[in-house]
Design a protein. Structure first.
Length: 302
C-alpha cells in the first residue's frame, strides 16, 4: 500500500496536466586557419530557416502549428500540459540545425495561441487535433514524436490509432502507462477532488480551466491509459529526469523511476537517465541528452 503520500498529493495534478513546467545553439564560424592573411574568413554556416505559422481548424476550433522546413523524418515536439509551443523555443532550432529535419511545434487546444474548448480534457481529442495538423502539413508518415509529460499520453494513443505514421519517438520524462496503477490512482483520487474544489474558488484563468478539465474522470481515464502498450515496431527512448516530478517524495519518485524502467523493457526501447535534471527543467538543463536521443532514433530509422 502507498503510505505517507502528502508530497505525492501535492504533485498529483502536475502529472496529469504537465503543469510542472518542463523545452540550443548556433555557433559562429571561425576564420579558416589555413587561409593566407589576405583571404576572407570562411562563410558562416547556413542559418536555420525561420518557422512558419500554420493555423488548422479541427472540430470547429483553431490550432496553431509552427514549422521549420527541412527533410524527413519530421520531428514533432509536444510539450506538457499548461505549456505551449514556446516551451521548445531553444530546442526546436537546435534540432533543426543538428538534424536538417523538418521540425514542428504546436499548441494543443486551450494552450498557447490555440483556441480553448469546453468540457473535460480527453486524450482522444488531443490525438484528433494532432492528426488534423499533421494531415494539413502532409505528414502522415516519417514522423518522430518528441513528447514531454502529459504529451506521453498523446503519443501513446496516437501511435495506436495511426499505425504507419510514427517512425520513432523520444519521451521526455513523460507519462507512461506503467505508472498509472490502481494503487497510484487510488492515492490520487482524494487530492484531485480537494484541489478541484480549491480551484473552483479561484478566479477563472486559462491555466485553471485546463487544470479543471484534466481532473474530470481522472482515475477512470488513466485506468484506460494503463492498459495501453507501446507498439513493438516503433523505436522509443524514454528519457527520465533524475529529479522526477516528485522531488519531495522519495517513495513516489521511486515508483515513477521504476515505471519508466518497466516501460523501456523490450525490443526497440531504450532508457536514459538524465542526471542533474528536474521534470520541469530537463529541456533547458540537459538539451544535449534530448538531442542525442533524437539523433539515435533518426539513425535507427533512416
Amino acid at each position: 500500500m502507498v503510505k505517507h503520500l502528502n508530497p505525492l498529493y501535492r504533485k498529483a495534478i502536475a502529472l496529469g496536466t504537465g503543469v510542472v513546467v518542463a523545452a540550443s545553439l548556433l555557433a559562429c564560424s571561425a576564420p579558416n586557419a589555413a587561409s593566407s592573411p589576405s583571404s576572407a574568413t570562411s562563410a558562416p554556416a547556413p542559418a536555420t530557416p525561420a518557422p512558419k505559422t500554420r493555423k488548422v481548424t479541427n472540430a470547429e476550433h483553431e490550432l496553431v502549428f509552427h514549422v521549420v522546413d527541412g527533410k524527413l523524418p519530421a520531428l514533432v515536439l509536444d510539450a506538457g500540459g499548461g505549456l505551449g509551443s514556446s516551451y521548445w523555443k531553444d530546442m526546436a532550432p537546435r534540432l533543426a540545425k543538428a538534424t536538417g529535419s523538418k521540425v514542428v511545434t504546436y499548441d494543443r487546444a486551450g494552450e498557447g495561441e490555440s483556441d480553448e474548448i469546453s468540457g473535460p480534457w480527453r486524450v482522444e481529442n488531443a490525438v484528433s487535433d494532432l492528426e488534423a495538423g499533421l494531415r494539413e502539413l502532409g505528414l502522415t508518415k516519417n514522423v518522430v514524436l518528441v513528447s514531454h509529460s502529459i504529451a506521453g499520453e498523446v503519443a501513446t494513443n496516437f501511435v495506436h490509432k495511426n499505425p504507419g505514421w510514427v517512425s520513432g519517438a523520444v519521451l521526455v520524462d513523460a507519462n507512461v502507462p506503467d505508472f498509472f496503477t490502481d494503487e497510484m490512482l487510488t492515492a490520487f483520487e482524494p487530492v484531485i477532488e480537494k484541489q478541484r474544489a480549491a480551484l473552483l474558488t479561484q478566479a477563472s484563468t486559462k491555466k485553471n480551466r485546463q487544470l479543471l478539465a484534466v481532473m474530470v474522470d481522472y482515475a477512470p481515464v488513466h485506468r484506460v491509459f494503463h492498459q495501453l502498450t507501446w507498439p513493438k515496431d516503433v523505436p522509443v527512448t524514454a528519457i527520465v529526469a533524475s529529479g522526477t516530478p516528485f522531488a519531495d517524495s522519495p517513495e513516489a519518485a521511486k515508483m515513477w523511476r521504476d515505471a519508466q524502467v518497466r516501460f523501456a523493457q523490450g525490443p526497440n526501447r531504450k532508457h536514459v537517465l538524465a542526471e542533474n535534471t528536474t521534470h520541469e527543467g530537463i529541456v533547458t538543463e540537459r538539451p544535449e541528452i534530448i538531442a542525442g536521443a533524437v539523433d539515435d532514433v533518426l539513425k535507427t530509422i533512416r
